[in-house]
Each structure stands twice: as structure tokens, then as C-alpha cells.
Design a protein around this ligand. Structure first.
Ligand SMILES: C[S@@+](CC[C@H](N)C(=O)[O-])C[C@H]1O[C@@H](n2cnc3c(N)ncnc32)[C@H](O)[C@@H]1O
Length: 222
């Protein structure tokens, strides 16, 4: 008799289940709602913004590791940056990387309105250049990857050595709408699939992939 070793417990993510789940998170603030509205007005690109419950999770994880130094790759209109900044210890800072002046100008307005602008350093340049220029000491407490998918592996390789033991590396969109699961994945989905393989084989971290939003990998530096 063959026995399955997996014990998969699925709940269908119906709109009713999702609405219930979102309602269990800390409610969004007026500033966060404004940032969501402002981003929605951009049309198509708005789908890049992390959902509110994921933001709550980022704040919680930052608090759990007493984050003083956070590095984010992929700012966009700043919703995730704001969530990360809310989780910093007093005096802590978030370095966030993007290449878009237009989208990050919306972010800067949101951070100012939320009273966290003085904790955030925004660097407009290809993220790999920014990361390579960082000091090499392992002093980063938390990393959030959410930029161009083919860049994830290179960002990972720059950042793993800079994260302190016990610090966290988080990577967003690791399911890529379910496409990363397919053996014939192409384009961004293939890049994510390769990245996931890379993380799994990396014995510098212990990691788990969660079905948060579009898939979130949580890795702890050993
Ligand atoms: C998915 S969005 C980030 C969403 C953001 N974390 C949020 O929750 O609102 C990806 C961002 O990565 C940026 N990006 C793309 N390629 C980049 C690169 N090579 N270096 C830095 N940022 C890049 C894009 O401009 C875009 O704003």
C-alpha cells in the first residue's frame, strides 16, 4: 500500500474566504487607503502593489526580528515600504530601490503623510548597482524582494551575505500566478522557477514558501 507523505490542507480562496481573511488583518489607515486609491488611478500597474494583509504581515515580521536595517528591492508607490517602516525599531531605516521617478514620487508623498519619510532612504538606480555598493558586513535584519523577476537571483546573491544570522529574506510573487509551478514555465515565470530552485538549494538559509498573495518565500539566515 502506498502512502502519501504530504498532508496538504487546502481552503479554496473564494472571494468570500479572501474577504474574511482580509477582514482579520489590522485595518488599513486613512493614509494607506489614500495610497491604494492613488495607485489604483494608475490603471494596469496598480496590480503590482502588495495587498493590505501582506503589508500587515511585513510589519509583523519586521517587528519580530527587531528590524533596524531593512533593504527593499522594488518600491513602486511605496505601500510595502510603508509597511516595513512601520515595523522598524526606533532609529531604524529602510533602504528601498527602484528605477521609476514617477511611481516613487507617489510613494514619497504617502510616506510623508504617514509620518515615516524620515526613516526611508530611496535610491533611484538599477537595484543591482545599489546593492553592490552596500557595505559587505552582515548587518541587514530584513530583505524584501519585489522587483524585476529575472533579477531576483542576483539580488539574492548580493543580499544573503549582508543579512545577519537570524535575519529574514522575503521574496514576493514566487508562485507567479501559478505559472511558476509549471515545468514549461516561460519568461518571468521561468525566472521565478529558477530562483525558487536556487533558494531551495541554498544551505545558508532555512526557508518556506507561503500562499500569501502571489506566493511569499520566507527565508531565515542560518
Ligand atoms: C512589483 S513592483 C513593487 C511593488 C511594491 N513593493 C509595492 O508593494 O507597492 C516592482 C518595482 O520594481 C521596479 N524595478 C524594476 N526593475 C528594477 C531594477 N532593475 N532596479 C530597481 N527597481 C526595479 C519597478 O520600477 C517597480 O516599481
Amino acid at each position: 500500500m502506498s502512502m502519501s507523505l504530504s498532508n496538504v490542507k487546502n481552503v479554496m480562496a473564494t472571494s468570500e474566504v479572501c474577504a474574511y481573511l482580509v477582514a482579520q488583518a489590522e485595518p488599513s489607515s486613512a493614509v494607506q487607503r489614500q495610497l491604494i486609491e492613488r495607485t489604483r488611478a494608475l490603471g494596469g500597474p496598480a496590480e503590482m502593489q502588495i495587498p493590505h494583509e501582506q503589508g500587515v504581515f511585513l510589519t509583523l515580521l519586521a517587528k519580530l526580528v527587531n528590524a533596524r536595517r531593512i533593504v527593499e528591492v522594488g518600491t513602486f508607490t511605496g505601500y510595502s515600504t510603508l509597511a516595513l517602516a512601520k515595523g522598524l525599531v526606533p532609529g531604524g531605516r529602510v533602504l528601498t530601490c527602484d528605477i521609476s521617478e514617477e511611481w516613487t514620487s507617489i510613494a514619497q508623498e504617502g510616506w510623508k503623510a504617514a509620518g515615516v519619510a524620515d526613516r526611508i532612504d530611496l535610491k533611484i538606480a538599477p537595484a543591482l548597482d545599489t546593492l553592490r555598493a552596500l557595505p559587505s558586513e552582515p548587518v541587514v535584519d530584513l530583505v524584501f524582494l519585489d522587483a524585476d523577476k529575472p533579477g531576483y537571483q542576483a539580488y539574492w546573491e548580493e543580499l544573503v551575505p549582508r543579512v545577519r544570522p537570524g535575519g529574514l529574506l522575503l521574496a514576493d510573487n514566487v508562485l507567479y500566478g501559478g505559472e511558476a509551478v509549471r515545468a514549461d514555465a516561460k519568461g518571468n515565470a521561468l525566472a521565478i522557477r529558477e530562483f525558487n530552485k536556487h533558494v531551495r538549494a541554498d544551505d545558508r538559509v532555512e526557508s518556506v514558501m507561503l500562499t500569501v498573495a502571489d506566493g511569499l518565500t520566507v527565508a531565515r539566515k542560518c
